[in-house]
Design a protein around this ligand. Structure first.
Ligand SMILES: Cc1ncc(CO)c(N)n1
Ligand SMILES: Cc1ncsc1CCO
Length: 222
C-alpha cells in the first residue's frame, strides 16, 4: 500500500489523544502560570536527567542501525545533543533547585521513567528501524508542540521560563524538522505501519505518564 500522506502525519494521529491530554495536565498548566510547586518541578528535572541519558543511547542505537549515511549522521548528532541538553539544562536547573549530581544518582529513575526508558531502548534495539523511529518520534514532536504553546503563553516563573526556552526555540524546532523529514523517507508495509502506530501511541502515552509521575511525585513502593 502506498499513501500520499506523509508517514509522520499518519503517525501523529496515533498520538493526538495523548497530546491533547498533555496540554490539559495540571503539571503543564502550573508550569505555564507559575503555580507549579518546586517539589514537582524538581522531581521532573531529576527524572528527565535519567531519561535523557537513556534517550541518547536509544538515538545512538538508531544511528548504528540506520539505512543511510544521512540518517546515521542525524541520529548520532541528536544523540550527542541529548547529552548536551541533559548537561546544560540539568546542571543549571539542578543547582537552582538545590540538588547535586549525587542527589540525582541517589534518587535514580522512578517507575515511569524506568518503564519509558526500557521501552525506548528495547524498541530501538529489537524492532525494525522504522519501529524504532516511531517510538522516539513523540519525544521530539510532542516536546516541540508543548514548547511552542508554553512559549506563546510565557511563564511568570524565571526557572520555568528557562526550561520552556529549551524546547520552544528555533534550534529545537529545526532538530524536530530533521527527524520528521527522515521519517517521511521511510517505506513501510501496512503491517509495519500498524506496529509503528502502536509504538508512537505508546510513547505518546508515556509522555503523559512522565508529566503525571512528576505531578504525583511517584515513587517505587519500597
Ligand atoms: C520525557 C521526555 N520526553 C522528551 C524529551 C525531549 O526530547 C524530554 N526531555 N523528556
Ligand atoms: C529530541 C531531543 N530532546 C532533547 S535533545 C533531543 C535531540 C537533539 O537535540
Amino acid at each position: 500500500m502506498s499513501s500520499a500522506e506523509p508517514l509522520s502525519a499518519r503517525l501523529w494521529r496515533a498520538g493526538e489523544h495523548a497530546y491533547a491530554r498533555i496540554l490539559q495536565h495540571p503539571f503543564l498548566i502550573g508550569l505555564a502560570d507559575g503555580s507549579l510547586p518546586r517539589e514537582q518541578f524538581a522531581h521532573y528535572i531529576v527524572q528527565d536527567a535519567h531519561y535523557l541519558r537513556a534517550y541518547s543511547r536509544a538515538l545512538s542505537t538508531l544511528s548504528a542501525r540506520a539505512p543511510t549515511e544521512d540518517a546515521v549522521r542525524m541520529f548520532a548528532l541528536h544523540s550527542a545533543e541529548a547529552i548536551d541538553v541533559e548537561r546544560a539544562l540539568h546542571e543549571s536547573l539542578l543547582g537552582d533547585l538545590g540538588l547535586t549530581p549525587a542527589d540525582l544518582d541517589r534518587i535514580g529513575p522512578g517507575p515511569t521513567t524506568t518503564a519509558y526508558m526500557s521501552y525506548l531502548l528495547a524498541t530501538t534495539a529489537s524492532g525494525s528501524f522504522a519501529e524504532g523511529v516511531a517510538a522516539v518520534l513523540p519525544c521530539y514532536w510532542i516536546y516541540r508542540e508543548v514548547g511552542r504553546v508554553l512559549v506563546r503563553d510565557g511563564s511568570p516563573d524565571e526557572l520555568y521560563a528557562r526550561w520552556i526556552a529549551t524546547y520552544g526555540g528555533d534550534e529545537f524546532d529545526a532538530v524536530v524538522d530533521q527527524a520528521l523529514a527522515l521519517t517521511d523517507t521511510l517505506q513501510v508495509s501496512p503491517a509495519e505501519f500498524a506496529a509503528c502506530e502502536r509504538h508512537f501511541a505508546m510513547a505518546a502515552r508515556y509522555e503523559w505518564m512522565f508529566w503525571d509521575a512528576a505531578w504525583q511525585r511517584l515513587q517505587w513502593p519500597f
